[in-house]
Ligand binder design. Structure first.
Ligand code: MG
Length: 264
């Protein structure tokens, strides 16, 4: 009886597998036959959702607003539990990096965590030019709190090219320097895909990043090697979704109009 049952199950499995492989062959054959009518290569689903590109305040209708100038509610200090020390500027709906006494590092981060995103932000170097090299208008945006796109006032201010404005810090030299004059607003539009890790904590897929600086392509689907370290090689500790950070490097860089669209 038992052996008859095993035989029946085996036959059933064989038939299923055969059917599946026949379907695969059919699909492959279909691809080999050159279509002769336009309808054969037209798709009607899935239907993409409609998004108003200029929704409220010019932000895409499906985006999450992280900063619109009215408050700092979406942000917290990245180190320590103090209130956010950055200055809110009512006149141009921006916020400026600011440390109060006793705060060593006023880097801020989103309260929400993110994986793959489309991120829009605007930033401005201080009008008053102070310092040189890495000490002029330095800040940066860290995807998943780990991977920095450099922000720097590089106008008449050279530095190492893999640390200049638009660099993936110490990993990828930007394709161009597309800064506006110091004291004017820059835009960054970033397409970022998060890395993947297996259950052993090993990286199975690198993060990738594309950056437009004032509409100019400066990072073209770069495969991020790991964390963007000041000293040392990138490391690849496993992580999940994480906050977006804005760096305090001691310079009064300002930000405005920050929104994000989640891609995962
Ligand atoms: Mg920086």
């Amino acid at each position: 009886m038992k052996s008859i049952l095993i035989l029946l199950i085996s036959l059933l499995l064989f038939r299923c597998n055969k059917k599946q492989s026949e379907e695969v062959i059919k699909e492959e054959q279909k691809e080999l036959i050159e279509p002769t009518k336009p309808e054969e290569t037209e798709l009607y689903e899935p239907v993409p959702p409609s998004v108003s590109p200029k929704g409220q305040n010019g932000v895409p209708s499906d985006a999450m607003v992280l900063f619109d100038g009215s408050n700092l509610d979406e942000w917290e200090m990245a180190y320590g539990n103090d209130e956010v020390t950055w200055i809110l500027n009512d006149d141009d709906k921006s916020m400026t990096v600011h440390r109060t006494d006793g705060v060593k590092n006023a880097t801020i981060q989103t309260k929400k965590v993110f994986g793959s995103v489309q991120l829009h932000m605007e930033w401005k170097s201080p009008e008053e030019i102070k310092g040189d090299g890495q000490h002029r208008g330095n800040s940066g945006v860290f995807l998943q709190g780990t991977y920095e796109v450099q922000i720097l006032d590089n106008n008449d201010n050279d530095t190492y090219v893999n640390g200049q404005v638009g660099a993936i810090y110490k990993q990828s030299v930007p394709l161009a320097k597309a800064s506006v004059p110091t004291g004017e607003w820059n835009t960054y539009d970033i397409i970022y895909h998060a890395p993947e890790f297996n259950e052993l904590g090993e990286k199975t897929k690198s993060a990738t990043i594309t950056v437009l600086h004032n509409g100019v392509l400066i990072q073209d689907h770069f495969e991020i090697k790991g964390s963007t370290e000041y000293i040392g090689w990138p490391n690849n500790s496993a992580h999940g979704k994480a906050p977006i950070k804005l760096q305090d490097h001691g310079d009064a860089v300002s930000y405005r109009n920050i929104w994000v669209r989640e891609l995962d």
